[in-house]
Write a protein of this length. Sequence first.
Length: 180
Amino acid sequence: MFSKTLTSGGELRPLEPWRAEEFAAHIDRAREHIRPWVGPSFVTTDVDGARATLGRYADRAARDGAGIYGIWDDGVLVGGVMFVEFSTGTRSFEVGCWLEPGAEGKGHITGAVRELLAYALEERGMHRAEWRCRSDNDRSSAVARRLGMTLDGVLREAWPVGGVFYDKQVWSLLAGEFTA
Ligand SMILES: CC(C)(COP(=O)(O)OP(=O)(O)OC[C@H]1O[C@@H](n2cnc3c(N)ncnc32)[C@H](O)[C@@H]1OP(=O)(O)O)[C@@H](O)C(=O)NCCC(=O)NCCS
């Protein structure tokens, strides 16, 4: 129900709090793969932590300020995409993503982000999409490039991980530049 089939064959659906156990099992498979590249609060260790993540997104979605969507491959939750921020005031939003390692290289994320861009830029009349990643996250910047985003610039040493400050890239796509 409420699912969208991606060209990769994945299924994109809202990732709601009632899926916390399934999400926690997926995070167990993804944890070490995503840890260097995503915010620490996303890298949870148990079902309560997973439920808290989905609850935070649900609360903010209720205020039209965020959203999180899972990707299922052959019935297994393998990753997802999210509106990290969604501001109707400025008509700008930020998209994020993650996958467990076995699901890379199939186009799930490029296809799923395209769905979020179409929804936000076309259906909701938003103006500016942002993509933020560590400058050395080559697979993430490749997604932004593949989607036709422009590198706005680099925030120097803005991403601390384990005592090291990494550079952060900011990519964007404007409404007039999007072709579904
Ligand atoms: C960032 C991340 C989600 C990107 O995953 P990905 O698999 O490279 O991205 P996609 O799902 O869009 O797949 C693209 C790959 O599938 C291939 N592909 C196959 N079919 C495709 C299709 N229909 N459409 C697009 N690409 C397709 C592409 O050629 C590309 O392969 P390549 O890696 O050999 O160039 C993943 O590396 C990840 O989870 N990393 C850790 C967490 C993270 O960094 N999150 C982002 C924080 S900013």
